[in-house]
Design a protein. Structure first.
Ligand code: G6P
Length: 606
């Protein structure tokens, strides 16, 4: 989604803005622009395309020596990616950048049309810019408070007023925004990596809060213009965590970070070989009487929920429903006070997941968020939070965030199962101990990289692929299929292996490769039968299976073998080759691996 950066200080503002925006590229975008002060005038440059296109345009222009300005990467929602629709928007008096969606922009446009304003773009953002101009009375704070009372929707805004060339204003409703505090220089940004090179200190702007940022001072105000004090945060990530560190792509780096990320996530939640979630606000026995669980999430996080469902139901014998957040929020779900709603989210800002959380709270259910980004909206609003400690995930295709989400689902499952009396303390300790061995086993599994690269070379020319599996392997194949399609643009679907013959098998020809996940001991024979069915119809089959499974040539053409671990824990290691196969297929196709087209890392709009 859109990225915002603002800078005021002694440095060359345009350089800082471009550098900051480059750290937000992972969020996904299709155009970019900046607005900076050239003495007392606002100077704007913007373009459709990548930051490199903006830089090229800047090279050809008479870029001013500026020390205050705002920048933006746009992910199109209203109006196609084009120069005109790119941000900043505004006029000579007030210019803005915006992240989010203004729901009542049509009404606003109509009103402003009536006031004689002419619109150039198709964006909702232009309505905010014009409304600011309409309300402008010489006092920016007054103007902003008047405008936000008329806006409906989600937004984070960076604003320049011509009459105040030494400052940036920022305001937030839903879409995330931070204010970075440096020495003699200050920043605004959509996310911490944009400012890490300059400072680790930042304020988290909350809903309906306004910031007034000059080089020397940062002041905060509430929606009524009253001065407020805010707490300063310090980022624990360092610059290296948000850089590629010698890897060609963030995605490969993040795949390799999985052993450490899982270890860092589980270690503080294990005491005496038993899961212990007290530091997350989950006291022993507090979830014992849960009637049902709902796991609500989007994309990869939802797939982590699918694995969680199988594991929790099998161990804790409690019913788990997994919902896509955008469906959950509109399906009038039957939730009650006795239910636990678990929200899984890397960013903690996904608009649909946030709306689902609010709905669950409204209906009285208890809510537990599994979140990677500290202080994010979902982490702050949920009753209980288990932070995953994956560090910053920059690649749009999620890898390490998935692994740590799974790890937390396992801890939750063990804990629920023990408290509900479904497993003994000994079994709980045994499972917890096995989970602690997983980081090492992921490391071992990373050695399949060469085989995965070879498999990718066989898949790269396909137009369409099927991923199949049963039980936990089916849940995992969903993630394998998503990884491949999102970064390599090869169509793929995941299918419950036993369901193939009820329709989808008609698609199978020698042009449709199949990836079969075969890790669940009790289901190996069943899945092998399904593999034979597709093989007999010409499909080339790649099997991801445990070491002990012997597969003959009439079953699989390529085999990726995994260390033998407890069936229930297999997804934690079997996901690795699925990630690597997707990665190498995308690399071989020459795709932009870390920034796939049309996708955004943090989806803050519906
Ligand atoms: C986007 C990203 C996915 C991610 C999903 C949910 O679609 O591209 O990688 O899984 O959002 O994001 P969240 O931050 O809620 O985990």
């Amino acid at each position: 989604m859109c990225g915002i950066v603002g800078y005021v200080g002694a440095k060359n503002c345009i350089d800082v803005l471009i550098d900051g925006l480059s750290k937000l590229e992972y969020r996904g975008y299709d155009s970019a622009g900046i607005a900076v002060f050239e003495k007392n005038k606002i100077w704007v440059e913007k373009t459709k395309g990548r930051l490199a296109d903006l830089s090229a345009k800047l090279e050809q222009s008479s870029r001013p020596d500026s020390h205050c300005g705002i920048g933006h990467t746009r992910w199109a929602t209203h109006g196609e990616p084009s120069d005109i629709n790119s941000h900043p928007h505004g006029n000579k008096r007030v210019t803005i950048v915006h992240n989010g969606i203004i729901e009542n922009y049509r009404e606003l446009k109509k009103f402003l049309d009536g006031q004689g304003y002419k619109f150039e773009s198709e964006t909702d953002t232009e309505a905010i810019a014009k409304l600011l101009d309409y309300y402008y009375d010489g006092d920016p704070l007054d103007t902003i408070t008047n405008v936000i009372q008329n806006l409906r929707g989600s937004y984070a805004l960076g604003i320049l007023f011509r009459d105040f060339p030494d400052r940036i204003y920022a305001v937030r409703m839903e879409s995330p925004l931070i204010v970075g505090a440096g020495k003699g220089e200050n920043f605004i940004a959509s996310d911490v990596p944009a400012i890490l090179k300059y400072t680790r200190d930042y304020y988290l702007l909350e809903k309906e809060e306004i910031a007034e940022v000059t080089a020397k001072k940062i002041c905060f105000y509430d929606i009524h213009g009253q001065h407020i004090e805010k707490e300063l945060n310090t980022a624990t990530w360092d610059v290296d965590a948000a850089e590629k560190g010698g890897y060609e792509h963030f995605m490969r780096k993040e795949i390799y970070e999985q052993p450490v990320a899982v270890k860092t996530t589980i270690t503080p939640r294990i005491r005496d070989n038993m899961p212990n979630l007290e530091e997350c606000g989950i006291l022993p026995g507090s979830l014992k009487d849960i009637r049902r669980l709902f796991v609500v999430a989007c994309g990869t996080a939802m797939h982590a929920g699918m694995v969680g469902k199988y594991v929790i139901e099998r161990l804790a014998r409690v019913e788990v429903t997994v919902d896509i957040a955008s469906e959950f929020r509109y399906r009038d779900p039957l939730i009650s006070k006795k239910d636990l709603v678990v929200l899984i989210t890397q960013s903690g800002e996904t608009a649909d997941t946030l709306a689902a959380l609010r709905l669950a709270k409204e209906r009285g259910a208890r809510t537990l968020a599994i979140v990677n980004v500290k202080g994010s909206s979902i982490a702050r609003e949920a009753d209980m939070v288990i932070y995953t400690h994956a560090g910053p995930e920059i690649s749009v295709a999620s890898t390490k965030a998935y692994s740590v989400q799974l790890a937390v689902m396992y801890l939750l499952a063990f804990s629920l199962a023990y408290e509900r009396g479904e497993i003994t303390r000994e079994r709980c300790m045994e499972l917890t101990e096995k989970l602690q061995q997983i980081p090492e086993q992921i490391r071992e599994t990373l050695q399949t990289e060469d085989v995965c690269q070879y498999v990718a070379s066989k898949l790269v020319s396909a137009d369409s692929l099927l991923y199949i599996g049963r039980g936990l392997d089916y849940a995992l194949s969903m993630e394998g299929s998503l990884k491949l399609k999102e970064i390599s643009y090869i169509h793929s679907e995941s299918y419950a292996a036993g369901e193939l013959k009820h329709g989808t098998i008609s698609l199978i020809t020698d042009l449709m490769p199949v990836v079969a996940v075969v890790t669940q001991s009790a289901l190996v024979e069943k899945t092998i039968s399904n593999m034979k069915e597709v093989k007999a119809r010409g499909a080339k089959v790649t099997a991801i299976c445990r070491q002990s499974v012997e597969l003959t040539e009439d079953v699989a053409d390529h085999v990726v073998k995994l260390p033998d671990v407890e069936d229930l824990l297999m997804p934690m290691i079997a996901v690795v080759p699925l990630q690597l196969i997707a990665y190498y297929t995308a690399v071989l196709k020459g795709c932009d691996v870390d920034k796939p087209r049309n996708l955004a890392k943090s989806v803050t709009v519906e």
